[in-house]
Design a protein around this ligand. Structure first.
Ligand code: F6P
Length: 491
């Protein structure tokens, strides 16, 4: 990053880097937003002149938005200053945007989560939520971008994720020459699967994304799928050699650059007092072997099947009774959406069932913790013998990169072949097919019985990879992609 040009960037994402609230004394407090995306994008702020546009997520955010007409200054965790602009959407429109279209439709589609014989129902409600929710919220983001571009006409715009597929087109229509880039942090499914959505919607999504000068994904697999679906759905021309698409006389670069983490951040965190304190709590109840999983309670994470795999493992290995625990630290997510509320219930049911079957005095095989305790997560990262990441599909999965960095037991990574991180880390993980619970049970056994030297060489290789391909290099690649949107790319 050193020596690189400092760019003016307008970063646009639904969830921003901070959120506001009131404490017990009625004082306004700021909370640093969680989630992989917000954490990763924070380092952009350190190196570039960033104006960050995000949704106001709660009442206090809305109050802050109305007190500041436009962008206001905020200070990042490392002391870097940037401008934040919170967009206060109409509450009903935002509900349709987030709770009807973005998550139950786009997220489900892009992770292949439907049983197509039953779902989805493309009914009037969905058409309405699209027209009156997703479209206007994207329009509001585009309007905010255009206003910021008035102040900084030479800034490049960097959109993020599935919430914002239409905004680039709205911006492009008003500002044909502005530099636009988009990063999609979740999988891109195959062309035919997009046909679950009506023509008008699947076209608008592809057309919106192709209004950018560059579109980025975490893997070559998602990139390939996007290029093919863009060809199929809106007639873009694929150039696999130049990794670009031709569309409406313009060239759109399509990149595969996996996001990463900041190793020093985790190494420091690992030694911080709250993590050490959480570590002491975990150590007090530690059995001989610990299998860890850390996820949001999202159906794409395949948590229920993971419990079934552990059940099969216990069935086959009675010698491990009382000696092993599956520790599941799960962050409750998107609970206003019925599928997510039902999924938490399914997780709890399944854990209870497996525990009822095997538990003995003083031993509960699945230690299920539903909550959001980051120091506890980092302490658990240090302490596992096997890390289970068996996602159905996952854009990348940052846990697979974070946890090995600080693990102190040469823990083995068990990794779904459908997690984006598999493209990078697959050689050093035990690969599993996410639907094959029998194979996952075998992988747990293989991980817990693997010789020390092999475990060490695998985790060392993962660490070296992550240190070499760190967040700073991802940020650098994104910024180069934005900066490279010159005549060569538009040719
Ligand atoms: O890319 C997926 C993502 O947007 C991540 O940034 C984040 O961890 C997660 O989804 C959070 O989703 P939400 O903002 O709906 O809580």
């Amino acid at each position: 990053m050193a020596g690189r040009e400092r760019l003016k960037l307008i970063v646009v994402s639904n969830r921003g880097p901070v959120s506001y609230a009131r404490d017990d004394d009625g004082e306004r407090v700021v909370r640093r937003g969680g989630g992989g995306l917000a954490t990763a994008l924070r380092s952009l702020v350190a190196y570039h002149d960033v104006t960050w546009i995000a949704s106001a997520m709660n009442g206090e955010d809305r109050a802050v938005a109305s007190e500041n007409d436009g962008a206001f200054e905020d200070v990042g965790r490392d002391g870097s200053r940037y401008l934040l602009r919170l967009v206060a959407h109409d509450a009903q429109q935002y509900d349709w945007f987030y709770n009807v279209v973005s998550n139950p439709i786009l997220w489900f589609l892009q992770h292949y989560l439907w049983d197509l014989a039953e779902q989805p129902n493309v009914d009037h409600g969905l058409h309405h939520a699209w027209q009156e929710g997703y479209v206007p919220v994207n329009r509001a983001f585009a309007d905010a971008v255009l206003e910021e571009l008035e102040r900084q006409p030479d800034a490049a715009v960097f959109f993020h994720d599935y919430h914002l597929y239409l905004a680039p087109r709205f911006v492009r229509e008003a500002r044909p020459d502005v530099r636009l880039a988009h990063f999609v942090h979740i999988p891109w499914p195959e062309a035919d699967y997009w046909h679950v959505l009506p023509l008008e919607i699947r076209r608008a999504i592809h057309d919106g994304l192709l209004a950018n000068d560059s579109v980025g994904f975490h893997t070559r697999r998602w990139r390939r799928n996007f290029m093919r679906s863009a060809e199929d759905i809106v007639g873009a021309t694929c150039d696999f050699t130049r990794e670009s698409l031709g569309y409406e006389g313009r060239r759109v670069a399509v990149a595969a650059t996996p996001i990463s983490v900041e190793p020093s951040e985790f190494e420091e965190l690992a030694e911080s007092p709250p993590v050490l304190e959480a570590g002491r709590r975990l150590a007090a109840e530690r059995p001989e072997k610990v299998i860890l999983r850390v996820d949001r309670t999202d159906p794409s994470k395949n948590i229920v099947r993971g419990f079934r795999a552990f059940e099969l493992y216990l069935e086959a290995h009675p010698e491990m009774y009382r000696r092993v625990v599956l520790r599941a630290l799960l962050d409750p997510s998107r609970q206003e959406i019925p599928q997510y509320a039902e999924y938490i219930a399914a997780i709890q049911r399944e854990a209870r069932r497996v525990n009822m079957r095997f538990q003995q005095e003083g031993w509960t095989p699945i230690d299920l913790v539903i909550g959001d305790d980051f120091p506890e997560v980092v302490a658990a990262y240090k302490d596992y013998d096997a890390l289970l990441v068996n996602a159905i599909f996952d854009g990348l999965n940052l846990v697979a990169k974070e946890a090995p960095l600080v693990n102190e037991r040469n823990g083995v990574l068990i990794l779904s072949e459908n997690a984006g991180a598999h493209e990078e880390l697959g050689d050093w993980a035990l690969s599993v097919h996410p639907f094959d619970v029998a194979a996952q049970a075998d992988a747990i056994h293989a991980a817990l019985t693997m010789p020390e030297a092999e475990r060490r060489s695998r985790i060392d290789a993962i660490r070296s990879w992550v240190r070499e391909h760190d967040l700073a290099s991802w940020v650098d690649a994104q910024v180069q992609a934005v900066a490279a949107e010159d005549a060569a790319v538009r040719r």
